[in-house]
Design a protein around this ligand. Structure first.
Ligand SMILES: [Zn+2]
Length: 89
């Protein structure tokens, strides 16, 4: 049986943008409208368990958790490079 490398958790970050909606009351003709807008908060989660919680988009670079996310981006880029090199050989 061939040896295998150990199982590893890959870093796969997903970003969410928080939105809220405003539903109007029916107008004189019974029509309703809905308005949607971003609250200004964003959240990142990773397959490894990283979760920034809701953080202000404007303060993203000041959040310690985001530094982890940026490191994740570097790790993901490296993993994709390694993967493509493995596929070529
Ligand atoms: Zn991760």
């Amino acid at each position: 049986m061939p040896e295998t490398e150990p199982w590893t958790l890959e870093h796969k970050v997903t970003w969410f943008v928080q939105v809220r909606t405003l539903n109007s009351r029916p107008d004189s003709e019974g029509a309703r409208w809905r308005e949607t807008e971003a609250t200004g908060l964003v959240l990142a989660v990773c397959n490894c368990g990283l979760n920034t919680g809701w953080i202000p988009k404007a303060d993203m670079t000041a959040q310690p958790a985001l530094a982890d996310v940026q490191q994740h981006a570097a790790l993901i880029a490296q993993a994709e490079t390694d993967r493509s090199q493995r596929c070529r050989s």
